[in-house]
Design a protein around this ligand. Sequence first.
Ligand SMILES: NC(=O)c1ccc[n+]([C@@H]2O[C@H](COP(=O)([O-])OP(=O)(O)OC[C@H]3O[C@@H](n4cnc5c(N)ncnc54)[C@H](O)[C@@H]3O)[C@@H](O)[C@H]2O)c1
Length: 709
Amino acid sequence: MTVLRYKVDAGIAWLTLDNPPLNALSHELRRAVISALDRALADGKVRAIVLAGSERAFSSGADIKEFADGTFYADPFLPAVVDALEAAHKPVIAAISGACMGGGLELALGCHYRVARADAKISFPEVKLGLIPGAGGTQRFPRLVGLETALNLIVSGATVAASTFKGSPLFDVITEGAAADAAREFALKLGKQGDTVRRVRELPVKHPQAEAFLQFAKTSVAAVSRGLAAPSRAIDAVGASLNDFAAGLATEQKVFTELMASSESQSLRHAFFAERAASKVPGLNDKTAQRKIACVAVVGAGTMGSGIAMSFANAGIPVTLLEAKPEALERGISGIRKFYEGAAAKGKLKPDEATRRAGLITPSLEFAAAAKADLIIEAVFEDIEVKQGVFRQLDKIAKKGAILATNTSTLDVDRIAGFTKRPGDVLGLHFFSPANVMRLLEVVRGAKTRPEVLATALTLARRIGKTAVVSGVCDGFIGNRMLDPYAQQALLMLEEGASPRQIDSAIEKFGFAMGPFRMSDLAGNDISWHIRKRHYAEHPRMRHMRIADRVCELGRFGQKTGAGWYRYEPGKRDAIPDPLVERIIDEERRALKISPRKIPDEEIVDRLLYALVNEGAKILEEGIALRASDIDVVYLTGYGFPLQRGGPMFHAGRVGLGQVVRRMREFAADSHADPGSWKPAKLLVTLAAAGRNFDAAPSAGRKKGKSRG
Ligand SMILES: NC(=O)c1ccc[n+]([C@@H]2O[C@H](COP(=O)([O-])OP(=O)(O)OC[C@H]3O[C@@H](n4cnc5c(N)ncnc54)[C@H](O)[C@@H]3O)[C@@H](O)[C@H]2O)c1
């Protein structure tokens, strides 16, 4: 297979990258570029060289699969390829269409001239993988676009259209037509001009107040990068472009090498591959039939129903929003209107776009209005009888082939499917709150869900910008089921001596966006209370979490009631410790005859994390999650788990599963409440004994006949 096409035409050597889908700069492609370049330079008939890609991509940059096996560094290393292009004694022109990202952009910066289609996508996405550009990008880019623009793009990882750079020397030609045509014309013109080689490295970087600007950038970036190192290190590297080129390049290489070896970058790379893997479901492939989803109905215009409706409207898909009560419908619709008006007022959406999106949502009080919908999502109260009523009705009115979905958080999707005569068309679509913002979507595959229904849901998730993870049926699915033992540990530690503030701040220091108590105050303490009461009823011997129950009995449901685990000043979201909660905790400790001890932060973090990990291991064992990395995706995209830790299962692997099991055994020996809760999952013990991590766990798809749930 050739990865580069070479031809000479009218004195122009065409080096066309041909490594689909996106011309990733694999070792083979790098070698091919160098050898084609040598060939063109040695050919007396060649006066100019054009380096081109495909319509879809000039190049998406490094082939990050090569990071793992070291091929990434194999000769010729990308910086050497860029240098070779720049050193060429004949003019080299990059013809850019589609994606021009990271290493691909660096390759273009090594060329003497750049011709781009106006809509080509320009970016340095390295920070998203905990890295910086490492093939001269931090040095050459500011030489063409200036220090500030370069820094903004490199630090944010944002993608912008080539047309944004109109007037800057980054592009010599920006064309609405084909990049190759413009490049040919440009090359022919150059050929007539004599000395035509121009090297970016020879340009100076100037800024009137570079020092102050870099300092300002450091402070602003530190405030928003939530403990991630790469954005701040990118400033160091770009700042070094003010020096001479070789010194700047040496700084870039040093920073790049350090970041490449960092646990932060390893975690972010894991997260990247994990998201890709999550879309692969055993038994589904490109040939699996899909159903067409042109219009959607949502039942229930509460918190979730409204957000779900907006998710579809945002993707241009018309939605019918159904309610039982006129006042609830009015509340939902006016919330949606306010949201779009607010987005327009803040300049986040153009006013006519906001109106268009709001206009895609049609309210109705008649179930019959959903009769034509290709997909109907139920988001009514979390009550099996209410859901039964809704699904019975949907079964009657939905057209043949419509997909029926439930947004239940905890109820049995198979039971819900059984309320219809078409269980194969039913599945769970578990959105997270706020549904129009949160990226995660748990797609719950029922025992009878048809493959094409699942495949359609996964495609649809992508269409509406969600990251889908497939879960089997169980109480709480992947995310909320794991949250249960996590919350349980948080509550037990209150009894033992910690305060809500200490627990929250310990896990927030570890990197969580929010500790368990602040999160519960935000989500509504009544939600977990409702679930706890159901669990108490289902398991009569279960230990009641009296502190949490008493907080709820006082109507302290969190931010929405002005008080919960903390108190809140009107209109503010700052969590203020409340002596009333401390008193409840004290009283319950006395009732349990516990003399409080000072719990070290390290213990708090380990107990919370390993509670997640142990439940995650059971979820894997039972085949509820297809793979450990899916669990990581759930926690990274839906639960504020720190990106730089790569997710609970990846983090456990890094700590060492043997160490995790040892810690769990220590906790079991000390536990005042329920030593059984620290019994390590069988899978965890097996992997720990073998010195393996969760990657070695068998994939659920390979377990034959495993029932889900
Ligand atoms: N709130 C969350 O954070 C969250 C997250 C994920 C999933 N969920 C799940 O989503 C579902 C809805 O939760 P919510 O927080 O939006 O509840 P909510 O109380 O805000 O809204 C429920 C809405 O359903 C309407 N409704 C009730 N019965 C109906 C019927 N028969 N026909 C039409 N409409 C009916 C109610 O009038 C109400 O407006 C629940 O199953 C919940 O477990 C909630």
